[in-house]
Design a binder for this molecule. Structure first.
Ligand code: ADP
Length: 447
């Protein structure tokens, strides 16, 4: 049993993990940069250690400082949260080398899924459908063009090490291809230190649908249904829903079972998400995230399962306490990512929170580390709160969402609250009629 967890993260996810630890009677150690001395995750943890100056390379990505903090405070496990070191196989390996538990999958699985080419090959071998594309990395431009012609334009050139919606370039014709290919390789090299790129058919009007899975080390694997994360800006999610409105329960059960079989076959342990694009009744795998995701709460709302708690218990060597048949889906949930950004331009907005009033009432959950007077430093991700709503069905959920967004007051920085209000009142969204391009098209109309 784990007794003390060091949380190698900040903001709302650090608090989310801290809360799960408290529920389990586990002691917590917060780490923070000098910019986060007064942050809520530091205030609420049992102990805290300053690990460096504000830039992430010197603090939240500083592996020696984080592992030293765990050793000095006598922590027996490290939870990486999401972002930062959560999908760094070297870090996971080093944590274990120091006799600590990494609360996540094995380093080999992180490495396997972190390379999107290897991930697609693995998943295809397990007989799950993947987006049509190249078998591996593109090596010769003439061969790549030939393949693109075979698959049919438009195609997407994607970075093997990509993430965060970056490192993707569309080629709409043969003439575009060389420029897009060179740009994708260049960007991949700069952003991810790896210029390997691969080819995928560009799906014109898909939805982004992902399945949450959880597996223990005794071979038990369960899926917790799907989330629709089609509402994106610059390939990054800002509004997520569970369940999706396009899968029925038969499809969900059958496809979910195929996924859990695949996960068991590779011996995956921990929580994870398999991401797919959905078009014309078919799901096509794009990638797997080997960590807890930002949008995990909507799955918690419809299943009643505390995913972070289960993640910690599994890492401590416990058996999953439920089977697939125990999972029942109730109602509908929506998460709005409240980013500190201009709602029209998405420009990040740093500053001090002047007024803060959090919504409440039935069906409302807010995951956030905000408080009046707290600083939003310019160095980190702009996500400052997640508004998570549950309702008996989708319309009920949307009504509660509009009510909660109307109550939410955050002043001192720009936020996406006005954009979410616009979305919650949009007739296409009310009718569940959207795909991954919805938001882009909406802003083109408003411009
Ligand atoms: P990242 O790891 O950077 O998030 P993903 O492969 O998960 O990259 O893709 C992010 C988003 O980019 C998807 O949710 C989708 O909106 C878009 N996308 C990715 N692959 C394709 C594709 N083949 N066709 C159309 N859109 C795609």
């Amino acid at each position: 049993m784990i007794k003390k967890v060091l949380i190698a993260n900040r903001g709302e996810i650090a608090l989310r993990i801290l809360r799960a630890c408290k529920d389990l009677g586990i002691q917590t150690v917060a780490v923070h940069s000098t910019a986060d001395e007064e942050a809520m995750h530091v205030r609420l943890a049992d102990e805290s250690v300053c690990i460096g100056p504000p830039p992430v390379r010197e603090s939240y990505l500083n592996i020696p400082a984080i592992i030293s903090a765990a050793c000095i405070t006598g922590a027996d496990a490290i939870h990486p949260g999401f972002g930062f070191l959560s999908e760094n196989a070297t870090f996971a390996h080093m944590v274990e080398e120091h006799g600590l538990i990494f609360i996540g999958p094995k380093a080999d699985h992180i490495a396997m899924m972190g390379d999107k080419i290897m991930a697609k090959k693995t998943i295809a071998r397990l007989e799950l459908p993947t987006v049509p594309g190249s078998d591996g990395a593109l090596t010769k431009i003439d061969k790549a063009i030939k393949l693109a012609e075979e698959i049919g334009f438009p195609v997407l050139i994607k970075a093997a090490g990509g993430g965060g919606g970056r490192g993707m370039k569309i080629a709409r014709s043969k003439d575009d291809f060389i420029t897009s290919y060179e740009m994708a390789r260049h960007e991949a090299n700069i952003s991810f230190g790896n210029d390997r790129v691969y080819l995928e058919k560009y799906l014109e009007n898909p939805r982004h649908i992902e399945f949450q899975i959880i597996a223990d080390k005794y071979g038990n694997a369960v899926h917790l249904g799907e989330r629709d994360c089609s509402m994106q800006r610059r390939n990054q999610k800002i509004w997520e829903e569970a369940p999706s409105t396009v899968l029925d329960s038969k499809f969900r059960d059958e496809f979910g079972n195929k996924i859990t079989k695949a996960i068991s076959a590779i011996g995956y342990i921990g929580v994870g998400t398999l991401e797919f694009l959905y078009e014309k009744g078919q799901l096509y795998f794009i990638e797997m995230n080997t960590r807890i995701q930002v949008e995990h709460p909507i799955t918690e709302m419809i299943t009643g399962i505390d995913i972070v708690r289960e993640q910690i218990l599994i890492a401590g060597g416990e058996k999953l306490s439920f089977k697939q048949n125990d999972i029942k889906f109730h109602g509908h949930a929506i998460e709005c990512r409240i980013n500190a950004e201009n709602p029209d331009t998405y420009m990040p907005s740093a500053g001090v929170i002047k007024n803060y009033h959090c919504p409440g009432g039935p069906g409302v959950r807010v995951d956030s580390a905000l408080y009046e007077g707290c600083k939003i430093p310019p160095y980190y991700d702009s996500l400052i709160a997640k508004l998570i709503i549950h309702g008996y069905n989708r319309q009920h959920c949307l009504a509660r969402l509009r009510r909660a967004l109307g109550e939410y007051v955050i002043s001192g920085v720009d936020t996406l609250i006005p954009l979410h209000l616009k979305l919650a009142n949009n007739q296409n969204i009310i009718n569940a009629d959207f795909n991954i391009h919805f938001l882009e098209k909406l802003s083109e109309k408003t411009d």
